[in-house]
Design a protein around this ligand. Sequence first.
Ligand code: FE
Ligand code: CA
Length: 524
Amino acid sequence: MMALHRRNFLVSASGAVLFAGLGRHARLWAAPRFGAFPFSLGVASGDPWPDGFVIWTRLAPHPLQPDAGMPPLAVQVRWEVAEDEAFAHVVRSGEEIAHPDLAHSIHVEVSGLRPSRLYWYRFLVTGVEASPVGRARTAPAADALPERLRLGLAGCQAYPQGWYEAWRHLASEPDLDAVFHYGDYIYEYGRKSSFTIRDREGRDAHRRHLTDEVYTLPEYRQRYAQYKMDPDLQAAHHAVPFIMSFDDHEVDNNWVSSFDQHGSSREAVLARRIVAMQAWYEHMPVRLAQAPRLGELTMYRRLDFGRLVRMHVLDTRSHRSQQLCETPAGRGCRKRDDATSTVLGNAQEAWLGAGLRNQACWNLIAQQVRMMPIVRRNADGIRLPGPPDSWSGYPAARARLIEAVRDNGLTNVVVASGDSHVHNVGHLPVRDDELDGPAAAVEFLGTSISSGGDGQADSEKRRFLLRDNPHFSLYNQQRGYQLFDIGPHEWRTDVKVLDRVQTPGSMLSTLASYRVHPDKAQLC
Ligand code: FE
Ligand code: CA
């Protein structure tokens, strides 16, 4: 943490204060006067560990302006963590500098807290009302075996495609420890949308992207700001810590490594990734270890919840081989799968393999895209190749992961995924050509918060998929999220759906519940 020492200050003629160590913008805005409330994007917490968690905010008095209404000056921000909502018992506090280089975002890695305990946090800046108050629970102690851990699974929140009421519902779920977000926090697309979102009176709510497709750092920052202004999304962040990842739309649809779907040059793709990842970091409650460094960012990481759950958060984008061609004529794509194809890259794959050797009751592999195979057919009933943007485009890499699970004798692996905008629950078969054979893991693929609009509970496509995929237990095209209720002897998943998202006032219901026991990779 950066400490401010008096001797580092020099008052300049303009009244700004020079501060040694602030870098290019070596000026501190000593008595800030914001044009509006600077905590317009709310607060957030993330990545709980036994004695703390990350707390986040960003100063943005006019969030949609290119500079968010902030001068290029650094601002000193105070933070407090309390044992009570009224902040009568503040147990940790400190000062951080909000740098213009990082869009005046603040990331504090709070430590020294007690395990498995609820805390409240807030931010303070001279002369303005305090930030909204957020709530976060620390993880269990490393040697503890908690009776219960409750995790949410959610993601894919295309702003122009629906209201965020799923986030509001999730915010009021009791006793949530954390939410895993599988990405698509923003979508890069432009103004055009085929969805009409209506207000309570049935009028067009004009819930659309404000700009064309985003490419530059100011554009990505503004896109995050637009999304984060949503009060339902803020309510979820204020209620529970998020374990963030990213998928494709934080940069560009279906990108992997240095490839995009337009065949852009390596330089162009990497340049876009650099600014997109900076904006991601600036808006996410993640640790400094997840900050971009010269265009590379290490997102994959592990979180332990006592001896109950080891969570492996994967990055299935940054280190992946190029996608397979969907049609033989595909330009610049990979023609066929071979042993060298990879989803995780060598370093992450080795890291995961080593991390699977543990004594935890459960291994949760939290990642972005469908790991299970999926059999799809065209209108004539001819079988199509696996979707190239999921693990099915990388059967050799999937086989290696399954081998790692089996080499370790693990029967307690649960895979959590997203990306497909459907709830899809099933088994990960050991062999791709034996879909109803033994399973290496169970997979809970969460739908979307809003992407895809209202959706539907049943369709012909759904019925065909269930017929052709005996390893699927559930396939549903509505919006919502999933809840994992995890105990040492039983894992329970509730699949939650909303009846609609394109008009407000949605009804939430539990579509299905599943149980898994750690001694067998099987849904009950
Ligand atoms: Fe998505
Ligand atoms: Ca996606």
